[in-house]
Each structure stands twice: as C-alpha cells, then as structure tokens.
Design a protein around this ligand. Structure first.
Ligand SMILES: [Zn+2]
Length: 393
C-alpha cells in the first residue's frame, strides 16, 4: 500500500480502478487534484495525466478508535478469551511497570498508522502525552480520557481536563475531544460535567460502552468480576446511588446530548438500543473493533442489526493492548470473512466514510468526492474486482 503523492501543481491520476466509496467503482478512473483537493472525478481531465497503472485508488482509511500509548507492545496483554475485567487489571499492572516514554509509543503508533494507509484517527489519550508540540501526519482527534468513580475527586479530575483543554486548544495540529472512559470507571456526575464541557466547547465525546457481559452485570446488579476488581482496588461501586444508570441505554441518552458522540464497542447493545442508535445517526456513531472483539471471544457482534437500523458504524483497531497491530485494512478483511452477507461496498464504507462521519470530518475525508482532500491510498490490483483487491488482498 502506498500514498498518492502530493504535488503542488495541478495533476490528474488515472488508475485501473477508482473506488470513491460514495458511488460505484470507476474503471480507468481519473481523479484530478489541485492544491491537495479533489476538483474533478471521472474518466478524463484537462490537467497533466499520471497513469498509476494496474492499481486501485481509494480514500485513506479512518481508524475511529485506538489507544496509541500501547503501540510499543509486540503482542496483546493478557490471554485471548480472558474475562474482560481481568484484562483491565493486567492493563493497570502494565501501566505501573512500563518503562517507555508514552510520547515515543504514540509516535510509533502514528508511523504504523501512516504505513497502514490511515488518513484519520480517533485516539484516546490517558495522561498528558499529547501536547501542542505533537505534529501527526494524519488527521487526529484526541479524546482526553477522564476516570473517576469517587464523588469527592470529581472536581480535581475536571480541573485537570480543563487544564488540558486550555493548554492545547490553540495551535495544535490535532483537535481535542473528551472521553468519559466507561460506566465502570466514570461516576454519572463526572459524565454529565464532561458532556456540559463538550457542549460549551463543541467537542466530540467517545465512551466505551456495552463492551462486556461483566459491565452489564455490574450496572444491573452491582455484582460480578468488575465489582470484585473495584472492591479490590478500594474503590467499590455506588450501586444504590446509581439507580438511574442500570443499563447502557441510560448512558446513551446522556451521550446523545453531546454535539457528537462515539459509542466505543457496543458489543452487547440490545435490539432497542440498536434501533434507537439508528435514529441518532447524524450525531452518534458506534465503533466496532473487530479483532479486539475476537480477542476477548465476545458473543457475535450486532453489525447487521446496527446497519439495518441505519446506525452510523465505524471501525477501529483499538490499541495494541488487545490487537496485534494497528492495520485497519486487516480489520476490513476480518469483517469480510466474518460477515459474508454484508456487501463489500458497505464494508469499505465502514473503514472510510463511516469513520469520517463518526469523527465529524466527512466534509474533507472518508470518500473521493469533489471538494474533499486527496488523501488517497494505492493498492496493486490482485483481482479483477476492485473490492476483492481491497478486502482479500
Ligand atoms: Zn478502547
């Protein structure tokens, strides 16, 4: 996979197949680019022609969910099929024992993403490694993660979030968002305060939700492996206090009041939640992380139900803590194998335009259309069908 070269002068690029995502593939397609923007699509151009040959030209991929702090890992943490709260325990232990600078790890992840044809990323930032000095080569939304279940500490966590937002907003080459981590780590009062900030500053929000059966058990009954983990850490679980938060739907409703929100995973969304997310497609998206989902051996993912409901669905690699690499194309190929009934065109859309819509950047990335950025990738044709080249390699 290669990137379409950037040129200062107007030029046209011809490929055996141009895959615009928003329309049918164009045989011997031509994309005309001026100043990095697409100005014409079709089969001809007045600009000087460059023939790319026997290749597929398509938009750069969008990885809507990752944690680049894990990018130095050579294999996922824990064991495949591990109970999810036990993996969380492993992550906490790894963070305490790590000896690589988080900035170096993030930079490794950015390089790997660029090599994998990723044009845009939704990144969850734990800590303060993302500073105005970071200059990623792709479009990055950095969701500042906030964690706190203890009411007495919420003000302190919010002060830290405000400091990060004030510090990085101007001049940064990426844009900030907010991430209330997950129901089992975020007190609803913290969640509400973060959503208020998102409304005030017009920021997107990303939250891990309906990720595991253990999370559903904790919310509904206040018991199970998550309860044991929280009790073991001396945090506990304020079950009685959270009587209005017994299921993911209660969190979805709060998230829907943010300017834009991403539901990360949604592995265990109910039919009613799925249908409701279909109605919220303009401002809410669900991010499916296929190989991470497989790593934990979750129940089958409700991908067809989400798509049938009309929900906006994006794909993510998640971090290297639960996935062997950050290659989004490998996620598309995994989805192709796992969901043979979903059309190739729809799968390609999940990894491009779906992610761009989720992150609110579909005006400039996610498809090849006049007015969008020419952040395109080139794949050598391995089959006569362009989707087969992309999805089967
Ligand atoms: Zn995650």
């Amino acid at each position: 996979m290669q990137w379409l070269p950037e040129r200062t002068e107007p030029c046209a690029w011809r490929a055996r197949w141009v895959v615009p995502v928003t329309g049918d593939p164009i045989a011997q397609g031509v994309v005309t680019v001026v100043n990095g923007c697409i100005v014409q699509m079709g089969t001809s151009s007045d600009a000087p022609m460059n023939d790319l040959g026997d290749v597929v030209l398509m938009p750069g991929l969008v990885n809507a969910h990752t944690h680049l702090e894990f990018s130095d890992l050579t294999q996922p943490l824990g064991q495949p099929g591990q109970v999810f709260p036990h993996w969380i325990r492993d992550v906490i232990a790894w963070r305490r024992g790590r000896n690589i600078d988080p900035v170096a790890s993030i930079e490794l992840g950015l390089v790997e993403s660029l090599r994998s044809g990723v044009a845009a990323l939704g990144e969850i930032a734990t800590g303060s490694a993302w500073t105005a000095a970071m200059a990623p080569t792709c479009d990055v939304t950095v969701f500042y993660e906030a964690i706190c279940l203890q009411p007495a500490r919420i003000a302190e966590v919010l002060a830290r979030v405000d400091e990060l937002l004030d510090h990085t907003a101007p001049g940064a080459k990426w844009r900030p968002g907010l991430s209330p981590h997950a129901p089992y780590t975020v007190h609803p009062r913290l969640l509400t305060a973060l959503i208020e900030r998102a409304q005030r500053r017009q920021l997107p929000v990303a939250m891990h939700l309906a990720e595991s059966r253990e999370e559903l058990e904790l919310l509904a009954q206040g018991t199970g492996p998550f309860r044991e983990l929280l009790d073991g850490m001396g945090i506990g679980w304020p079950h009685d206090e959270l009587s209005a938060f017994r299921q993911p739907f209660d969190y979805l409703q709060v998230l829907s009041t943010a300017p834009r929100s991403l539901v990360i995973h949604g592995n265990y969304l109910t039919a009613a939640e799925t249908a409701w997310l279909g109605q919220q497609r303009e401002r809410m998206a669900v991010v499916y992380c296929p190989r991470t989902h497989a790593y934990f051996r979750h129940e089958p993912y409700p991908l067809a139900a989400l798509l049938n409901a009309g929900a906006t669905v994006a794909l993510g690699t998640d971090g290297r803590g639960s996935n062997p690499d950050l290659n989004l194309l490998a996620e598309l190929r995994y989805v192709t194998k796992t969901f043979p009934k979903i059309s190739p065109r729809q799968i390609v859309e999940l990894g491009t335009l779906g992610g761009a819509r989720a992150l609110g950047i579909a005006g400039r990335l996610g498809s090849l259309e006049v007015g969008k950025l020419a952040r395109c990738v080139i794949l050598p044709c391995s089959a006569s069908d362009p989707y087969e080249t992309i999805l089967q390699g």
